[in-house]
Design a protein around this ligand. Structure first.
Ligand SMILES: *[C@@H]1O[C@H](CO)[C@@H](O)[C@H](O)[C@H]1NC(C)=O
Ligand SMILES: *[C@@H]1O[C@H](CO)[C@@H](O)[C@H](O)[C@H]1NC(C)=O
Ligand SMILES: *[C@@H]1O[C@H](CO)[C@@H](O)[C@H](O)[C@H]1NC(C)=O
Length: 181
């Protein structure tokens, strides 16, 4: 037996031990409609850093609002906090401290940006969520309309929540330098 095969067997054995912490956090446990609360942050659609990344702000605006509506309709409680790196991070700290959130989302405009300011802001966001909601997994989308996929992926619900949508906890756009549609 090669060293690789032995290592594989050891890893395999560890993984199937009950309570092993090496198992990925993807589980089959499901939650009831309206029981999962998510705070999602990202850039305001009409922030200059959105256009600077090559996105169409009007399309981002429509996409984000549709995505938020989809998340609520799917049965999740949702707060959206959109702000650029020029806004003090303490604002996000306050916005994400009003209740206990189960999940913490970060939009692609933050995650995908190669600007130094946005990279530093991403670090600040992660640290903030760690402080305000230490047990909330971070969830990530890959476009303005895939927050719903990120939330569903991490927090599967027990049933179709068509008749019991989640609670809208706010769609806050905090910006002094944004243009308008
Ligand atoms: C857990 O979910 C996976 C993927 O959806 C499925 O294949 C598996 O059968 C489920 N296991 C249980 C115990 O429900
Ligand atoms: C952005 O998208 C909107 C809606 O699709 C379109 O009307 C507008 O021309 C686009 N703007 C730019 C700068 O491409
Ligand atoms: C980065 O942020 C600083 C402080 O807000 C600002 O002065 C600077 O113009 C920003 N840099 C870029 C490239 O946006």
């Amino acid at each position: 037996m090669s060293l690789h095969q032995i290592l594989f067997l050891i890893c395999f054995a560890i993984n199937i031990l009950p309570g092993s912490t090496l198992v990925l956090p993807r589980t089959n446990s499901t939650s009831a409609c309206g029981k999962i609360s998510v705070v999602f942050t990202g850039l305001p659609p009409f922030h200059p850093l959105v256009a600077a990344q090559g996105f169409n702000s009007s399309q981002v605006n429509a996409g984000l609002r549709n995505d938020a509506a989809d998340i609520l309709a799917a049965g999740y409680n949702l707060k959206v906090v959109l702000m650029g790196p020029e806004i003090p991070i303490e604002i996000l700290k306050a916005e994400s401290s009003d209740r206990s959130y189960d999940g913490a989302g970060i939009g692609f405009g933050v995650r995908g940006s190669n600007s130094l300011n946005m990279t530093i802001r991403m670090e600040q966001i992660l640290q903030t969520f760690r402080e305000t909601n230490p047990n909330a997994p971070v969830v990530l989308d890959q476009s303005p309309v895939t927050g719903i996929d990120a939330v569903k992926r991490r927090f599967p619900l027990q049933s179709n929540c068509a008749n019991s949508p989640g609670q809208n906890l706010g769609f806050d756009v905090i910006c002094n330098i944004c243009g308008t549609q």
